[in-house]
Design a protein around this ligand. Structure first.
Ligand SMILES: Nc1ncnc2c1ncn2[C@@H]1O[C@H](COP(=O)(O)OP(=O)(O)OP(=O)(O)O)[C@@H](O)[C@H]1O
Ligand SMILES: Nc1ncnc2c1ncn2[C@@H]1O[C@H](COP(=O)(O)OP(=O)(O)OP(=O)(O)O)[C@@H](O)[C@H]1O
Ligand SMILES: [Mg+2]
Ligand SMILES: [Mg+2]
Lengths: 164, 195, 195, 164
């Protein structure tokens, strides 16, 4: 199993639809300060069900919606779709590709989808945690690499419990 | 539950010790189950003069595996080559990054997630330690997928796929390019316009 | 007291605007006195489509300079080129470093301290922004003393004096060398033994 | 006025006496991870009267005393001396050079000195704040450059008040 693609639209600085296709090896993302690299990491974290605005650097969850630029009006919605290659069957779903997506509207309403059919947050979280993608350590946000050292011993235990 | 935690904990501890000795040649790392009262991290009575090392294994004897209801936290201890063991907060910026990375890899080696996103984790490292870190990522690239965000040229060189992102004239992010082979990645991340 | 604060605040704000437009070409920065209830930092009603800019100066009219007893805090607002103004927390790592540096320099320009120690402040910056930062440091090197700790080769190149530090075989820090001229600093900070 | 030299002995990783001579221009300090660069910044901050152990990355103030290595026994005392060039008279003292130093012993006892005569912390703090070296922004510790953005508006006001 691996992350095959990320599509973002109206999410933070990705006003228009942007797509990244990933391989199973090492993908490196580069670009100037402020160009949108960490927003990609936020998009993945958010689509997987992240509930805390500060984890995606916002004050409220609506802060992830493209808020306009000199040339463009703010978006009314943010949407991110992750497509996982499931050819090894790590995700307990019959398909060789599994799409997980999330939307949020200006009024705060949100929606989750698995393979484009609407579902609940808990369905997404359960699906992904079966494949080892729970609250764990697979996304290290910028400037947060030392967070493990600053976390409480009980939290560290939580990471090991998840691996059990 | 408790037994499976103890088995996993033992496996993660073993890998933590291995990874620390890879990232810090001559260094030792250990994970301990905290006493319920929780001693602060990494504080050891440094024994001067003795060929320094972490406290002997026998300290583990009094670990009560079945303290039901009392979830004991996990403490991190490191002892770097030539230096006495001391509080994690006294380690340098680069040393702290590497200890944290060692913990992440120790968990990865027991239960690899399908992918990892690492956002400028080498920002505090010097050249030698960037090399050690990149060697670790290369070693495990067949066990999982790595997506690495960086400004470091040397990190770019180990990419199978390289993406450029830039901020367009309209104030929105653009996905620039995607080069497939490792040789093409000598470019710099200077803030030039769309490549 | 209050008047002298207001004068200083006005001077610092002016320099902040200048430094922001130097570090962020096309960007605007302003310092505002917070409403006593304190609106969160940098949140502006982004006016889409309009050639974006920070709210007009007339907003300042209602600043009550003599609210005795009520020390109003200082808010930071930035508007970067092509982007709409938004919460400081949404800025990127590199952008946040530069805004913070702009605030420090704004104070420096009003009241320079005799020396500054800057410990890896350019860790999150790309090449273009490292150059902008170094140009700023070079521009003011005759107004104060800068002691800069870094791993970046380009920062080493602007040194009048370069010190190397290394960890000795006995586990203690050694001061390695001190080279006086700028040309000699092309070396790297790789973790080699004592240079 | 500028910082002419820093001498540290028994302070953190500087077990033996180490001295840095600085010029008035740009001095750059380089070295491998863990070699002791940030310890120099800590030494300067500490000698100027820093009272918070966490500002010098310790749990207690005694953590600044060299705690031994494989080859060397722990030190019983840490001492740092700063020498300022005062030829422009910025410091209200008759001398063209002013030495400020601080010591701490294992039992927590501390001592401060101006030009090698014992004084109190308040004397050091008053002397330096006259020259614009109060609690201000002249030392940016590693990883703390963004601290200004995270501080409360009242704290930022404090920095401007100091410049007044
Ligand atoms: N809701 C939003 N709408 C529009 N733009 C946004 C939104 N949220 C964040 N941004 C913009 O995204 C940019 C930051 O992007 P990001 O943090 O991904 O940069 P980065 O490429 O990681 O840069 P660095 O190298 O400095 O870390 C900021 O300039 C910010 O203005
Ligand atoms: N009281 C002490 N006694 C002995 N050594 C100490 C003491 N306190 C800290 N150290 C050592 O000092 C080293 C850290 O030094 P410092 O933080 O200055 O490194 P640095 O050169 O800034 O590295 P980096 O480039 O990673 O930031 C650590 O390895 C730590 O063990
Ligand atoms: Mg970033
Ligand atoms: Mg350091």
């Amino acid at each position: 199993m691996f992350l095959k693609s990320v599509k973002a639209r109206g999410f933070k600085s990705f006003a228009r639809s942007a797509e990244f296709g990933f391989e199973s090896g090492i993908t490196v993302v580069v670009g100037p300060n402020g160009s949108g690299k960490s927003n990609i990491a936020d998009a993945v974290m958010w689509a997987m069900g992240e509930q805390s605005p500060s984890a995606v650097r916002g004050a409220s969850m609506q802060d992830v919606i493209f808020s306009g630029s000199d040339k463009l009006a703010p978006a009314g919605m943010a949407e991110v779709e992750l497509v996982f290659d499931n050819s090894n069957g790590a995700l307990p779903i019959e398909f060789s590709e599994v799409a997980v997506s999330r939307r949020i509207y200006r009024d705060g309403e949100g929606a989750y989808f698995i393979n484009r059919s609407s579902c609940r947050l808990v369905d997404v979280v359960e699906l992904l945690s079966d494949a080892g993608l729970g609250k764990g350590t697979h996304i290290v946000s910028q400037g947060r690499v030392e967070a493990i050292l600053e976390s409480k011993p009980e939290e560290r235990r939580g990471y090991i419990e998840e691996a059990a | 539950i408790e037994t499976s935690f103890n088995d996993t904990f033992a496996a993660v501890s073993g890998h933590f010790a291995d990874v620390v000795s890879t990232l810090f040649p001559g260094g030792q790392g250990r994970l301990l189950l905290a006493e319920p009262a929780g001693e602060p991290d990494g504080v050891e009575e440094a024994r001067p003069g003795e060929e320094g090392s972490l406290p002997k294994e026998e300290e583990e004897e009094d670990d009560e595996p079945f303290q039901s209801g009392d979830r004991r936290g996990v403490e991190i201890r490191v002892k770097l080559a030539r230096k006495s063991a001391r509080n994690l907060s006294l380690l340098s910026g680069g040393e702290r990054s590497l200890v944290a990375v060692a913990f992440l890899f120790a968990i990865f080696l027991v239960r690899p997630a399908p992918f990892y996103i690492l956002d400028e984790i080498e920002a505090a490292l010097d050249d030698v330690n960037i090399t050690r870190l990149l060697n670790m990522i290369r070693r495990y690239q067949h066990k999982t997928q790595f997506i690495v965000i960086t400004h470091q040229k040397r990190t770019m060189e180990c990419a199978d796929v390289l993406y450029g992102v830039s901020m367009g004239a309209d104030g929105t992010s653009k996905v620039l390019s995607r080069r497939m082979d490792k040789t093409a990645t000598a470019g710099s991340t200077a803030g030039t316009e769309a490549k």
